[in-house]
Design a protein around this ligand. Structure first.
Ligand code: ATP
Length: 152
């Protein structure tokens, strides 16, 4: 049987369908690390971290911020069920900067584990948003700040 030549990428949040497109490649922020998917990939399920997801159509990459959820990978389809998913162009940089400063302040003065964990999560989300929004207008890249999950 012929291998599929593209992937149908669907990204869904509890609110809405964020994206549905035919793409050539996807990189996903899995909770065990980033992983790439090409057409014909072995079926798998993965849980997601907070991080950036990109997909490629031809030479062009598009970036989204993803916060937690699950990915289902099939040979011709990738479905992302995310708690939050935001396209780079929809991210308000000033708001994310303010959230980052607030989270850093709270981390520094956290009273107890719950406070600390909430601040850590807010910091991860804000840094993911800042990272993804910085991709706008930048050509293809492969490096960059990748792992935000364990940041404290
Ligand atoms: P903040 O502290 O700035 O409110 P947050 O991380 O607490 O941010 P969330 O609870 O994650 O915000 O998200 C609430 C809603 O606001 C979601 O719809 C999310 O997409 C949106 N949102 C939060 N921050 C931003 C941002 N910087 N740019 C665009 N949308 C954002």
């Amino acid at each position: 049987m012929a291998l599929p030549t593209s992937l149908e990428l669907q990204i869904v949040t509890p609110d809405r369908l964020i994206l549905q497109e035919q793409v050539d490649e996807v990189e996903i922020p899995g909770s065990e690390g980033y992983f790439g998917v090409l057409p014909g990939h072995t079926p798998m399920l993965a849980s997601l971290a907070a991080g950036e997801l990109w997909y490629r159509k031809g030479q062009e990459r598009t970036y989204l911020a993803i916060v937690f959820g699950f990915a289902e990978v099939l040979p011709d389809r990738v479905t992302i069920l995310a708690r939050l998913a935001e396209r780079a162009e929809d991210i308000d940089v000033e708001r994310a900067e303010a959230a980052r400063r607030r989270a850093e302040e709270r981390l520094a003065h956290a009273k107890g584990d719950v406070d600390y964990e909430r601040a850590r999560l807010a910091l991860m989300k804000s840094m993911t948003r800042l990272q993804v929004s910085s991709r706008i207008g930048v050509g293809p890249r492969t490096g960059g700040m990748k792992r935000l999950r364990n940041q404290s």
